[in-house]
Design a protein around this ligand. Structure first.
Ligand code: FE2
Length: 216
C-alpha cells in the first residue's frame, strides 16, 4: 500500500495452487514487490495478521480446560508452534527477499479482518462487525471505522460459545453445502496441474457411499 492506495495484493495459494497454503508466502511477496515496482528496503511496514503469543495462550488454556480429550491434537500442533509459530519474527525475516531491520507489526486477528473489510470499502464512516471461528480470544467484535482510523470497541462472544456453535454450523451448513458441490461435480481448489485454466476440477465418481461423509 502507498497511502490509501493498494498497489498489489495476493495470496500464496494462487501461486502454489494448494488451498489454504500455510507455507511462507514467498511467491506472493515477490509478486507484490514486482507489481508495485519496489524493493524490500523501500517498504516501511511488514504486518502479520494475528498475535502469535496471545493465540498460543488461548490454545494452551483451551487444551488444559478440555484435557485429557484433545491430547492427540495437542501433540500434533505443538511441534509446529514450538519450531515456527512462536518464532514468527525470525521466520518472517528469514523468508523475506532481503534483510529486514525495521520492526514487524502484529495486529489482532479480528483487527485484521475488520481492516480488510473497512479500509478498501467505499465508506468514509462505518460500523464494523467481525465474526470468525476464533483468532486469539475473541470470536465476534463490533467496531467503528472513520477515514483512516478504525477501532474495535466491543467483544461480543468468547471462545466457549464459538466452540458450541461452530460444530452445529459445520454440520448443518458446511456439510450440506460441500455435498451439494460434490453432487454437481465440483470439488475443492487443490490443483495438481498449474497449467490448467481453472481452479475447479471434476470430481471422480464416488465408489463408496462413505465418501459422502467426508468433508474434504
Ligand atoms: Fe480469521
Amino acid at each position: 500500500m502507498v497511502d490509501d492506495k493498494i498497489l498489489a495484493a495476493a495470496q500464496e495459494e494462487r501461486f502454489t495452487r494448494i488451498k489454504h497454503d500455510e507455507s511462507f508466502p514467498t511467491n506472493a511477496v515477490q509478486y507484490c514487490l514486482k507489481e508495485a515496482n519496489c524493493k524490500l528496503d523501500e517498504i516501511d511496514h511488514v504486518v502479520f495478521y494475528e498475535k502469535p503469543f496471545l493465540k498460543f495462550d488461548r490454545l494452551l488454556e483451551t487444551y488444559l480446560s478440555f484435557a485429557p480429550s484433545g491430547f492427540g491434537s495437542f501433540v500434533r500442533a505443538m511441534p509446529q508452534w514450538l519450531k515456527q509459530k512462536l518464532h514468527l519474527p525470525r521466520e518472517i525475516k528469514k523468508g523475506l527477499p532481503g534483510e529486514w531491520k525495521k520492526p514487524l507489526v502484529f495486529t489482532k486477528h479480528h483487527e485484521s479482518h475488520a481492516a480488510s473489510a473497512f479500509f478498501p470499502s467505499p465508506f468514509e464512516e462505518a460500523a464494523i462487525l467481525t465474526m470468525d471461528g476464533v483468532g486469539e480470544w475473541d470470536a465476534a467484535t463490533v467496531g467503528v471505522g472513520n477515514g483512516n482510523q478504525m477501532k474495535l470497541i466491543k467483544f461480543l462472544i468468547d471462545t466457549t460459545i464459538t466452540w458450541l456453535t461452530l460444530p452445529l454450523f459445520y454440520f448443518l451448513v458446511f456439510t450440506p453445502f460441500a455435498l451439494l458441490l460434490r453432487a454437481i461435480g465440483k470439488a475443492d481448489m487443490k490443483h495438481p496441474n498449474k497449467n490448467l485454466p481453472s481452479y475447479w476440477k471434476n470430481t471422480d465418481q464416488p465408489t463408496s457411499p462413505k465418501q459422502y461423509l467426508r468433508q474434504f
